[in-house]
Design a protein around this ligand. Sequence first.
Ligand code: GDP
Length: 365
Amino acid sequence: ALTAGIVGLPNVGKSTLFNAITKAGAEMANYPFATIDPNVGMVEVPDHRLARIDALIPAKKIIPTTFEFTDIAGIVKGASKGEGLGNKFLENIRQVDAIVHVVRAFDDDNITSVSGKVDPLDDIETINLELSLADLESVNKRYARVEKVARTKDKEAMAEFEVLKKIKPVLDEGGNVRSIDFSEDEQKIVKGLFLLTAKPVIYVANIAEEDMAEPEKSEYYQIIQDFAAKENAESIAISARTEEEIAELDDEDKKDFLEAEGVSESGLDRLIRASYHLLGLATFFTAGGKETRAWTFKQGMKAPQVAGIIHSDFERGFIRAEVMSFADLDALGSQQAIKEAGKLRVEGKDYLVQDGDIIEFRFNV
Ligand code: GDP
C-alpha cells in the first residue's frame, strides 16, 4: 500500500500528530488484524458516499477504505552527512510515497524549538536542504557515469543524461526536483532515480488551538501557505494537540466538539483526504450482499487491475465489470431506477475505472 511519511524538526508536534493517527486507527472496528508496525498508523478514509450507498443498497456492514501514515524518526541538521540518525532518516523517507512535512506554527515558551524561535520558513528550509543535499549526492554519483555512456550514443543513457542535466543545477542551488517540469518520458526516468525531493509533499502547519476556527489569521500559517504555493505544494493547518484529544471520541461527540470550535471537519480527516489525493488515489465501491465497501485504487488503473485489488482471482478470471456511478445512484435513488435509465454499464478489460464507480465484477473461477 502507498504510504505518506511524517517528517519535521524535533518538537514541532510530529509525535502528537502520529498519536492522533494511531488512536484514530485503534478505533476502527473492521480491521482487527491490521499489521502492528509501531511506525505505521492506519486510518479510515472518511467518505460520505458510503452511508448514502448503504442507505440505497442496504448491506450488513459498511467498510471504509484505509490509508497509512509512517512516522519517520527525527531529523537533525547534517542528516545528509550521516550525522545523528541521518542516514536512517533519509533511508526511511526513500521508502515512502509522499511526505507530510510538519511545521511548528504555535507559540509556547515552554517548548523549545530547534532554531531557538518559531520560524516556519527557517524550519522548512533546514529539512529541505538536507533532502536536496542527499539528492545532489545521488545525482552527482550518476552524473559522470551516465555522461560517459551517453557519449557512446546509448539511447537510454542519453535520455537519462538530459534529465540529470536538468536536475543538477536545481539541486546545486538547494532546490527540489518536484518543482521541475518534466515530460512524461522524463518523469519515468526521474522515478527511477528515487530522489527524495521528487516526492509530493504536504506542509502541515501545526497551529495553536486558538487559531483553529480561523487558521488564515495565523501569521505562521500564512508564511507556510505562501511557501507551499511557490513550490506548487499543498499546505493545511491543523492543531495536532486537538487532534490527539478528539481522536478517541465517537463520531457524534467529535462532531459536537468540532461544531463548538467552529470547524466542519477534523484536521486529521482533511490531512487524510489531502494525502490520498496527493498520491493520485481514488475510491471505488462494492455494494449489496454482505457489505458496502470502499476500496482504494490508483487513478489510471483499468478494470482487471482494479478487480485484482479485491482478489487476485478476480483479475485472473476477469470477464467484465458492471458499473454505475455514485452520482447516478445518488440522483436516481435505486438500482432499479439506474437500470431503467440505462445507466448500468457493462465495461471490458480496457475500462479506466473512475472515482465513485460502484462495481460488480464478473469473473471465471
Ligand atoms: P515532535 O518532536 O515533533 O514529535 O514533537 P511532539 O509531538 O513530541 O511535541 C513537542 C511538544 O510540543 C510536546 O510537549 C507537545 O505536547 C507540544 N505540542 C504539540 N502540538 C502543540 C500545539 O499545538 N500547541 C502547544 N502549545 N504545544 C504543542
